[in-house]
Design a protein around this ligand. Structure first.
Ligand SMILES: Nc1ncnc2c1ncn2[C@@H]1O[C@H](COP(=O)(O)OS(=O)(=O)O)[C@@H](OP(=O)(O)O)[C@H]1O
Ligand SMILES: [Mg+2]
Ligand SMILES: [Mg+2]
Ligand SMILES: [Mg+2]
Length: 411
């Protein structure tokens, strides 16, 4: 065959392989090239849906163990939880009232600053949906200074761990900027962290349970979740209780999609080793324990009591603040978590559920709303498509949901 009649000339082959390589690189959402293209192209372009070589199953190249993300999330939550513990034990908590009249303290602001700083150091291109913002601090320099002093003294004992988080925040302006970097509107595309620096702030002020909550969503799906629960016992076998213990308490729950859920003691330096946790199999539903919010305005105690009665549950509910409820049922300390709406117009916030939802599902549970729909984290900062939460071990979730629907339809 003469060179002129070759079907693939060497130059064509080189060009062809170059195009294939570029397409392969940009179809990997975390490649540097992909991130660069994402910054250049208008966000409306469905860029990350262009996966020319992928079937519906993820290509092995794009499957991630999220090992970096879970390591940083655990350390960042641990460091922030230690900060909140100092505030918890202090009488002056620097409390402000937000526009919706809910409380926020120096603990909430400080924890949000520390976690966002760590995320930005490690994942500078990721978006963050954080509960708090800094405008009230910009108008209140003395409170801002107080938070900055707290943030500066909150370091992990282990220097390697502290370095992985990027070390201390350099000045007050950088701290305010970090707090304000949690303003993403969320959504169904790309990597977005959901952060609740103190969940259950009312419980925190009351001296009850609270949690520091962080989750990573990729294309609207929760991949990584961590809960810091400083007032829960380390022992996974301890029966669920809202009592706040003395020294030696505090636990970190974590999960990565497809890799199960764990608990480990909260420490002040390097992470403690993790234990796998699992929900309890409920043989006889009448023996189940269920937990619910402390605040009657946050979930309907009346509907929840009616559901428990219909299920034949005789034990009193355990009223506990925060996502510590999700952690407690995930490790089998309790069985069910019911959160039925009080106000029809209230939209649950994604940061109040993202980490707990994944941890419970990875521990063998099912989490839906009151109609049986999975919680949809892909719509924005709130769970607009859902009403209420029903979390239970997989084997009994269907039965519980049936009764939830019955009780709600008879109202
Ligand atoms: N009306 C209404 N309905 C449902 N949920 C609401 C409502 N108002 C507030 N919130 C959110 O409740 C979060 C605390 O939830 P908890 O389960 O800890 O509630 S409780 O304090 O134990 O009652 C709390 O989270 P934090 O603000 O982080 O504490 C709020 O986001
Ligand atoms: Mg919250
Ligand atoms: Mg909060
Ligand atoms: Mg709040």
């Amino acid at each position: 065959m003469s060179p002129d009649r070759q079907v693939f000339k060497p130059r064509t082959l080189i060009l062809f392989s170059l195009i294939i390589s570029i397409l392969a690189l940009i179809s990997t959402p975390q490649s540097r090239l992909a991130l660069l293209v994402k910054q250049i192209l208008p966000p409306s372009l469905p860029y990350f849906n262009l996966r020319p070589f992928h079937s519906t199953r993820p290509h092995p190249r794009t499957m991630s163990s999220y090992s970096h993300e879970i390591d940083i999330a655990l350390l960042a939550v641990q460091r922030a939880t230690l900060l909140t513990q100092k505030v918890f034990h202090n009488n002056a908590k620097g409390t402000l009232s937000k526009d919706d009249r809910s409380p926020v303290t120096i603990g909430d602001f400080g924890a949000q600053a520390l976690i966002i700083a760590a995320l930005r150091h490690n994942f500078p291109h990721d978006e963050i949906v954080g509960e708090e913002e800094a405008s009230s601090l910009r108008d209140n320099p003395s409170l801002a200074e107080q938070i900055f002093a707290l943030v500066r003294e909150s370091k992990l004992d282990d220097s390697s761990a502290e370095n992985r988080l990027g070390g201390p925040i350099k000045d007050l302006d950088a701290m305010l900027a970090a707090i304000d970097a949690g303003k993403s509107s969320g959504g169904s595309k790309g990597r977005i962290w959901a952060l609740d620096p103190v969940d259950g702030t009312k419980g925190f002020l009351r001296g009850g349970q609270y949690a520091v909550c962080l989750a990573l969503m990729v294309d609207g799906d929760v991949k990584v979740g961590v809960l810091g629960c400083p007032n829960l016992p380390v022992d996974d076998a301890a029966p669920i209780s809202a009592d706040v213990g003395g020294e030696g308490k505090g636990v970190l729950f974590a999960a990565v999609q497809g890799q199960g859920a764990t608990s480990r003691p909260l420490t002040e330096g390097a992470l403690a080793s993790a234990k796998t946790i699992a929900m309890k199999g409920v043989g006889d539903i009448t023996q189940a324990t269920f937990c619910e919010s402390v605040e009657a305005a946050h979930s309907s105690h009346g509907d929840q009591a009616a559901i428990a009665t219909r299920l034949g549950i005789t034990q009193e509910s355990v009223r506990m603040d925060s996502q510590a409820k999700y952690g407690s049922i995930a490790r089998g300390a309790g069985d069910l978590y019911l959160r039925l709406p009080v106000r029809k117009d209230y939209e649950e916030k994604i940061w109040d559920h993202a980490a707990g939802d994944l941890i419970v599902r990875e521990a063998g549970g099912e989490v839906t709303d009151a109609e049986g729909k999975r919680l949809d984290f892909s719509i924005g900062r709130t769970l607009k498509a859902n009403k209420g939460v029903v979390a239970a071990p997989r084997g009994v979730h269907g039965k519980v949901l049936e009764v939830v629907k019955e009780v709600l339809s008879n109202k």
